[in-house]
Design a protein around this ligand. Structure first.
Ligand code: FES
Ligand SMILES: [Fe+2]
Length: 420
């Protein structure tokens, strides 16, 4: 349980708030590269700030505040030109750094443009994602987490936008006990009532023990499932939460990040970044990083409970736009949640006293993360469930992935036909 005041501190991300200042120390995934085509504009909202992302002919991507410094029209309605973005209202032109290059209508001799600056933010592309940094300079380096650099794996990214606060989604990342219930028993109950839900059987095993360990990147989580001993990957290796916004998980040669970006205090962008290396082998010609939308609502607005992520999203959204933690009753299963909340508060304090928070890197290099492979004691059984019952079922590449596994003698087929 948190006091109303501490809950407010934890869940408000505006500039100048303690949590907003903490989160502005990190690079955030704000779009999928393939969604930002050349000469395209894409309005994005990040940490409550309205921004516009655009790609120039030379392939570079830029991010500006979605507000013209002249009289405030939205630059996201502008014109992408060779040198930059032109405001639709009176034609002022801004380059990627926000400098004003042209002011049609001003006298030719005017130097006014030199004194006008649109607010611009650093942007970098990595592994098929567009990352932005909204914090104070100097910007830290964009961390090269291992999977983002794997160009010898099939990679794709699912996405969705959900109407709830970022923190309740991150809390789910350290909630090891929900898995067997929400995705196991609950799926079985739905199926018993005739719903066409694919039950992820490898997810259904109960934990006999869990452990949460603070590391320099976040929290390492371990579980010992019923029937497992300490030598099992789930316990001896585990899988991490990468502070402040990523869950790393996977198995059977398929590894991924669940990335979450606060759109504002009540909406969150979800990105499921997945890599596939059947048999752990490099994939020849893996193709570009592709993307797919993960539908979590039926047409009538009700939750889709027929897949793992739809079930998770139901649990997050029904907690309320911003969960009222003053009314909760935490138990033993919530140890990871408590550790994560403390971590957010500790890191807010580091920022307050002028230090870099954890996970802010000032120099580069690939960062390898610990990752169980025999997840749930299964390996490819997990991949089969993942492709049939989780967000991956909506990937446009399921057939190709199943075929690539078959090519190395592994069978991950058996998915239900996808209901879209
Ligand atoms: S408001 Fe943008 S040029 Fe006038
Ligand atoms: Fe879940």
């Amino acid at each position: 349980m948190l006091s109303v005041e501490r809950n407010e501190t934890l869940t408000r991300f505006g500039a100048g708030t303690p949590m907003g200042e903490l989160l502005r120390r990190y690079w955030w995934p704000v779009a999928i590269s393939s969604q930002v085509r050349t000469h395209d504009l894409m309005p994005v909202r990040v940490l409550g700030e309205d921004l516009v992302l655009y790609r120039l002919l030379d392939g570079s991507v830029h991010l500006l505040e979605d507000r013209c410094p002249h009289r405030g029209a939205a630059l996201s309605h502008g014109i992408v030109e060779v040198d930059g973005l032109r405001c639709p209202y009176h034609g002022w032109l801004f380059d990627g750094s926000g400098s004003c290059l042209e002011q049609p209508g001003e006298p030719e001799s005017s130097t006014f443009a030199h004194r006008v600056q649109a607010r611009a933010y650093p942007v970098e592309e990595l592994g098929g994602l567009v990352f932005a940094y909204l914090g104070p300079q100097p910007a830290p380096v964009l961390p090269l987490y291992d999977l983002f650099t794997w160009d010898d794996a099939i990679r794709d990214v699912g996405w969705a936008v959900v109407p709830c606060n970022f923190v309740q989604i991150m809390e789910n990342a350290v909630d090891l006990d929900h898995v067997a219930w929400l995705h196991g028993r609950y799926s079985e109950w739905l199926a018993s009532r005739g719903m066409p839900v694919e039950i992820p059987r490898t997810f259904s095993k109960l934990n006999q023990e869990t452990a949460f360990e603070k590391t320099d990147y976040g929290i390492l989580m371990r579980r010992k499932l019923e029937g497992q001993d300490a030598s099992a990957d789930d316990w001896s290796v585990g899988h991490p939460l990468v502070f402040p916004n990523m869950l790393r998980l996977g198995g059977g040669g398929s590894f991924g990040f669940h990335l979450r970006t606060p759109i504002d205090d009540e909406h969150t962008l979800l990105l499921w970044y997945t890599t596939y290396k059947p048999g752990g082998l490099p994939v020849p010609s893996p193709g570009p990083v592709s993307c797919y939308e993960v539908p979590w609502q039926w047409e009538d607005g009700s939750f889709r409970l027929d897949h793992v992520e739809g079930q998770d999203i139901m649990a997050w959204v029904t907690q309320g736009r911003i969960s009222d933690r003053s009314r909760e009753h935490l138990g033993t299963v919530d140890r990871g949640v408590i550790m994560l909340r403390r971590m957010y508060f500790e890191q807010m304090e580091r920022v307050r006293i002028g230090m870099d928070p954890m996970g802010v890197h000032r120099s580069g290099g690939v960062i390898d993360l610990p990752q169980e492979n025999e997840k749930f004691g299964e390996g490819t059984g997990f991949v089969r469930d993942f492709l049939s019952a989780a967000h991956a079922r909506f990937s446009t590449r399921v057939d190709e992935i199943v075929r690539r596994y078959a090519e190395v003698g592994l069978d991950v087929s058996g998915a239900l036909p996808v209901v879209r």
